[in-house]
Design a protein around this ligand. Structure first.
Ligand SMILES: [Zn+2]
Length: 560
């Protein structure tokens, strides 16, 4: 094929438009070669044309570059922030009056599915300049823990960048739940049932009532007071809602709304022994705090919606507009809290932050950025059908976010020491970023001894010209490595492999936690000692990594 002049212009404009008006020759070349590998045969001619075009493009102002690109290849023009995908309008939404809620249960660590739901609810409140309420659903004393509540609060505010307008601790509303229960009993819409678990299950299944429902409200009120006073044992009785025992929706068949447990609650201590169950608690909290919209994944199901709406009707509480979006499915990821807890217990996982998990603590350690989660959440919120994804999709979005803002460093796994014979003493200036020159350089005094990866060492062929990135060129001659020159200009067109390295005099040990939860050890350049814990960098030709533990020089691998 001939030299594709129009493609060169197109890519030079695109590159310039995304990098402050300055196109990079190598980036344009790389793109063309990836698309048309056969162009390698005409590399000199191609390079000359690219150099000419890039020089012309770089003379133009950035606005001119963009309008030209829009003319010849509008699909390459980076979309402006305002043109980003937007959440669709909500039913029954009034500007300034939308109230949504984020209801985590502090009994586990949050995972990506929770994050999407929280972000969507938050973004909708923002979209209508309404309010978003954070609500800790901690009415199961056996599982609610301070540790989880604290980490959730941090993750929601700091990682997901959600600032709720109000925070509610559901267990502080116990008097309200008791009042509602008493009201229902007085209305003969709830009763205390002393039947065994097995019998209740069987009778609900058959659609038959037990004798407890026939009791007078006076007797039920009396037994309810005994329940609150701790006169019954755990499991001895429950408070049931009078629903419809023959409803095709089994959730409506006189479900339990209160149960007895003597576990100590992490906040309320031993103050209560009768605790509300999920649907009862949810219906009352949604109804009594002015929530207008509930956005949730379709997997929640409509069975519980009917039950919760029935409870609201009985208690004369307002109902909410429920909007369901498609399930977000992450291939191969375990998200069930119970399952994860068991895997940690059996040591199959190293903890809630195991790199194989999609919990928020794991994702944060794997360099996943807030912007990435927001972008994915909006996408999920737009779809009513199931979205299937896996970590590579998350990584692809994240790479675009991280690439422009991440410094580069060298890390050599399986280090092989080499001597480049005849190499002069020099100060190597290595770019912190391949295209963003504003990020500057790092300097190392180097001579002839370096570490490179064993894999790169073994791949070097006889007489092949190899470049140590931003340092020098050498050629393999028999068992020796012979210095050739310093400049990149002398390498271009003659060699193919540019490899990363670590100077022998400035090498430090570093460990990396890999995605399979195994740690590897290698050598990194000493510049990493300046990094702060939590910094994200890119180890060239390896991947994005986050410094987890400075003392141990332990990084967590994110993705390529
Ligand atoms: Zn009964």
């Amino acid at each position: 094929m001939g030299i594709p002049k129009s493609d060169i212009l197109k890519y030079a404009l695109q590159n310039a438009a995304s990098f402050n008006g300055k196109a990079d020759k190598n980036a344009v070349m790389g793109k063309l070669l990836r698309e048309n590998p056969e162009l390698k045969e005409k590399i000199k001619e191609l390079a000359a044309e690219i150099a000419k075009t890039v020089a012309e493009v770089n003379k133009l102002g950035i606005e001119e570059q963009k309008s030209k690109l829009e003319e010849i290849a509008p699909e390459l023009l980076e979309k402006k922030k305002g043109a980003k995908k937007e959440l669709p309008e909500l039913k029954n939404a009034e500007h300034g009056k939308v109230v949504t809620r984020i209801p985590p249960e502090p009994s586990k660590h949050l995972h990506i599915g929770h994050a999407f739901s929280f972000i969507i609810n938050y973004l909708y409140a923002k979209k209508y300049e309404g309010k978003c309420i954070l609500r800790f659903e901690d009415t199961n004393p056996a599982t609610a823990k301070k540790e989880y509540a604290d980490s959730m609060e941090n993750e929601i505010r700091d990682y997901l960048k959600i600032s709720p307008d109000k925070t509610i601790i559901v267990s502080n509303d116990m008097p309200k739940f008791y009042e509602c229960a008493e009201k229902l009993i007085s209305m003969e819409k709830a009763y205390v049932c002393f039947c065994s678990k097995e019998r209740i299950r069987e009778m609900r299944h058959k659609g038959e009532l037990c004798g407890c429902r026939a009791k007078s409200k006076e007797q039920n009120l009396n037994e309810w007071k005994n329940m609150l006073a701790g006169k019954y044992k755990e499991g001895e009785c429950i408070l049931r809602l009078s629903g419809d025992i023959q409803s095709p929706n089994h959730a409506m068949r006189d479900p339990a709304i209160f149960r007895i447990t003597y576990e100590e609650h992490y906040l309320q201590k031993k103050n209560y022994c009768a605790w509300p169950l999920y649907d009862f608690e949810n219906a009352i909290e949604d109804g009594s705090y002015g929530i207008t919209h509930i956005l949730r994944s379709i997997e929640f199901g409509s069975m519980r919606v009917e039950l919760q709406d029935y409870i609201k009707t009985l208690l004369k509480l307002p109902k909410q507009t429920v909007v369901q979006y498609g399930r977000f499915n992450i291939a191969g990821a375990i998200t069930q809290g119970r399952e994860i807890r068991e895997m940690i217990k059996s040591r199959a996982y190293i903890g809630w932050d195991d790199p194989r998990l999609v919990t928020l603590i794991a994702l944060k350690k794997r360099c996943i950025q807030t912007e990435t989660l927001h972008e994915l959440a909006v996408e999920a919120g737009l779809s009513t059908s199931q979205t299937n994804t896996d970590f590579t999709v998350i990584a692809a979005i994240n790479r675009k976010v991280l690439d422009p803002k991440t410094d580069r460093y060298f890390f050599v796994k399986e280090p092989q020491e080499i001597t480049v014979e005849g190499a002069p003493e020099q100060t190597a200036e290595i770019k912190m970023h391949p295209t963003d020159t504003k990020r500057g350089v790092r300097n190392y005094k180097v001579h002839d001894k370096f570490y490179i990866e064993k894999k790169d060492f073994e791949a070097a062929k006889e007489n092949e010209l190899v470049r140590l990135m931003d340092c020098l060129n050498f050629r393999k001659k028999g068992k020796k490595l012979q210095f050739e020159s310093l400049e990149y200009e002398n390498f271009r067109g003659k060699g193919k492999k540019i490899i990363h390295w670590v100077p022998k005099e400035h090498a430090v040990k570093a460990k990396v936690m890999m995605p399979d939860a195994k740690k590897i050890t290698g050598l990194a350049e000493s510049g990493i000692e300046k990094l702060k814990e939590g910094s994200i960098i890119q180890f060239t030709r390896f991947g994005f990594c986050r410094l987890e533990d400075k003392k141990e020089t332990l990084f967590w691998y994110g993705h390529e």
